[in-house]
Design a protein around this ligand. Structure first.
Ligand code: SAH
Ligand code: DHB
Ligand code: MG
Length: 234
């Protein structure tokens, strides 16, 4: 008989039962070693992903890419949505971009927007090494200027927002206008580094991003370490 009994009678192996929402008390059970073990178990980086993951520490650009598990969450959500045309706002060295591009069919495409030419160049090299150059265009420029030029490639199946937090409300509004019904809005750093409720302009922009998204998408905030807003276009 396989272990269908959930409790073995050998004394409690877990903390007392409580709703998961009680992680609001500050305990998410997500220790650094558990984060690493889970990523190794479910979302290991292959050499192309690892190269993009390591580019920041090797080149001195900021190491602010998504985690390995979050990258895989992005990819699996795109697969579930049968995504083909995707916009990413904030490329960095292309780590999340590789996850996104791999989740698409061969004729799918990621338009990734990056305003720092050095980041864009590193990303293009990482994408080429991953064999994904044909599936991704890295557009260089401030997203608010580049996004209008992407409209002819839409409507889009998903928009992943991961750039300057003070403009998230604008990026969310653009996504609402250009994502197809059933398509996805994905927003990294939706907890705004723990400052979501602060009295600052970017915190207010992030709250508007959440609130406006709710009008156009069916939404939930997935409690990754810094929050991933997920919306399905109504
Ligand atoms: N999505 C990447 C990480 C992006 S980090 C990953 O997970 O691998 C955020 C990136 O957004 C940085 O490279 C930064 O240069 C870029 N960025 C910041 N403000 C921007 C803007 N207004 N327009 C376009 N890119 C911007
Ligand atoms: C920063 C930006 C990000 O998108 C992120 O995921 C982590 C950190 C930053 O600007 O510090
Ligand atoms: Mg981020």
């Amino acid at each position: 008989m396989f272990g269908l009994r959930l409790s073995s009678g050998g004394g409690p192996r877990y903390p007392p039962l409580m709703a998961d929402d009680d992680s609001r008390t500050g305990s998410t059970y997500l220790t650094p070693s558990i984060v690493d073990w889970l990523a190794t178990t479910h979302a290991p980086n292959d050499p192309a992903l690892q190269a993009a993951y390591d580019t920041p520490k090797e080149t001195g650009i900021p190491a602010i890419h998504v985690g390995a598990s979050e990258g895989k969450v992005l990819a699996m959500l795109l697969r579930l949505a049968s995504a083909r045309r995707v916009v990413e706002i904030g490329t960095l060295a292309g780590y999340s971009t590789i996850h996104l591009a791999r989740a698409l069919p061969d004729d799918g495409h990621v338009h990734s927007v990056e305003f720092d030419p050095k980041h864009a160049e590193l990303a293009r090299a990482n994408l080429a090494r991953a064999g994904l150059a044909h599936k991704v265009t890295v557009h260089i420029g401030p997203a608010l200027e580049v996004l209008p030029t992407l409209v002819p490639y839409g409507p889009f199946c998903a928009v992943f927002v991961d750039a300057d937090k003070g403009n998230y409300d604008h990026y969310g509004a653009w996504a609402a206008a250009h994502v197809r019904k059933g398509g996805l809005l994905l927003g990294d750093n939706a907890h705004y580094f723990g400052n979501l409720l602060d009295d600052s302009a970017p915190a207010a922009a992030m709250r508007r991003f959440h609130e406006q998204a709710r009008s156009f998408f069916d939404t939930v905030c997935i409690p990754t370490p810094d929050g991933l807003l997920l919306g399905v276009r109504k």
